[in-house]
Design a binder for this molecule. Structure first.
Ligand code: AMP
Length: 402
């Protein structure tokens, strides 16, 4: 079954085409992958696509996102990356949707009602839900009435116990839906299951700390396959220090800035989401690789940014381990988590008292790997997240409704 997956972010759209049948135990290589990057330069989009063993990269003078998506999808049937003879071969489209609110706790077939719900949730995920909706509507225009499935980043955390999910504000917040939803759920769920498979254990018997450390960062405490706690909350701003997001700060700072300096909601939004975190502290960028290099060269603010990132990571890892009440494995995933031996070492160091020990020679690898020493009491796994494949599998699960 040919399934197109769209993973739309605030500044990029990634897409993959899978040909799936039942019974894949590991993520297969997609037939085609493409991405659109809107940050390339004003008034243009960078399109990269690969398929049929060929790849192309081009800058297109496109400002309209729908036109960009159409150009991307056309590379499936035209030019060197062609893998299909017609777009009619696509049997389903799967989407990552960031916020599913209280009502969407599993993947769903997209209907008018589902689209309206994604629209209504825009205030809770203003950088993401509009792009997700745009992707769904663009596919309706380009592919006609092909079945579409939405998989929500919040869904995996929907079974968090109330004590972890609610904020200690007034009780009216509970009724208003002001609660902790958690994000990166597709990734946390995938890597938790993959960890169990690699360990040869049943997920239902494991206590796992999954660390999704990319430009956005979050941890999840996965007990018996259920997310019982996570670091992101009502929005993806809570928790760890991130690329350009502050993570948790004293809300009193916001009251102070509003009263003393006249900050508006929009200004605070920009400050906390775009000008904080690694970028804000280092003064360089949101890119951990560049910041780590600057640190090596003696840049004091880069060092401070990395030290703060690690300190906050330790603090939140400790909190997740307490929520788990034990620890069978730590899993590192996403851009920083999959690629940085320095991060693995520094993140793991304080947990030696739990018997966690890493191998001596650590190096990045293309494959998933166990980086714990032979005598470690806790497994430590580096797993490449496969959100697109997880979404394609969700589509496969809905095929009888198509
Ligand atoms: P993601 O959002 O998952 O694409 O992750 C992006 C983050 O991963 C950026 O901060 C990158 O600098 C970081 N990253 C990618 N490769 C490496 C690497 N080899 N070492 C450290 N950080 C990396």
């Amino acid at each position: 079954m040919k399934i197109l997956v769209l993973n739309a972010g605030s500044s990029s759209h990634k897409s993959c085409l899978f040909d799936l049948t039942e019974g894949h135990s590991e993520a297969p290589e997609p037939l085609w992958r493409a991405s659109l990057d809107w940050t390339h330069q004003e008034g243009s989009v960078e399109l990269s696509a690969s398929g049929s063993g060929e790849s192309v990269q081009q800058v297109l003078p496109i400002t309209d996102k729908a036109a960009g998506l159409e150009a991307m999808v056309k590379t499936l049937v035209e030019g060197p990356t062609q893998v299909l003879s017609s777009l009619g071969e696509i049997e389903a489209v799967g989407h990552r949707v960031v916020h599913g609110g209280r009502d969407y706790v599993d993947s769903v077939r997209v209907t008018e009602e589902v689209k309206a719900a994604i629209q209504q949730l825009i205030p809770l995920a203003p950088a993401h839900n509009p792009a997700n909706l745009q992707g769904i509507e663009a596919m309706e225009r380009i592919l006609g009435d092909v079945p579409q499935v939405a998989m929500f980043d919040t869904a995996f955390h929907a079974r968090m116990p109330k004590a972890a999910a609610l904020y200690p504000g007034p009780y009216s917040w509970v009724e208003q839906g002001i609660r902790r939803y958690g994000f990166h759920g597709i990734s946390h769920q995938y890597v938790a299951q993959r960890a169990a498979d690699l360990m040869g254990r049943d997920l239902a018997d494991l206590k796992l700390l999954t660390c999704h450390l990319g430009n956005g960062c979050s941890l999840a405490a996965v007990k018996g396959g259920i997310s019982v706690d996570t670091t992101m909350g009502f929005t993806p701003l809570e928790g760890l220090m991130m690329g350009s997001r502050s993570g948790s700060v004293d809300p009193g700072i916001l009251i102070y800035l509003m009263r003393q300096e006249g900050y508006s909601a929009d200004q605070l939004d920009t400050l906390l989401n775009k000008e904080s975190g690694l970028k804000g502290i280092s003064g360089l960028s949101n890119d951990m690789r560049g910041i780590a290099e600057a640190m090596e060269q003696g840049n004091a603010r880069a060092k401070l940014a990395v030290d703060m990132f690690i300190h906050r990571l330790h603090r939140e890892m400790g909190a997740m381990i307490a929520s788990l009440g034990g620890l069978d494995a730590v899993v590192f995933t996403a851009g920083i988590g999959e690629n940085s031996p320095l991060l693995w070492q520094r993140a793991s160091a304080p947990f030696e008292f739990l018997g966690l020990r890493l191998k001596k020679d650590l190096a990045r690898a293309k494959d998933d790997q166990d980086i714990a020493a032979a005598d470690s009491g806790v497994s430590v796994l580096v797993i490449h997240t496969q959100e697109e494949w997880a979404i394609a599998q969700a589509c496969l699960g809905h095929r009888y409704s198509f």
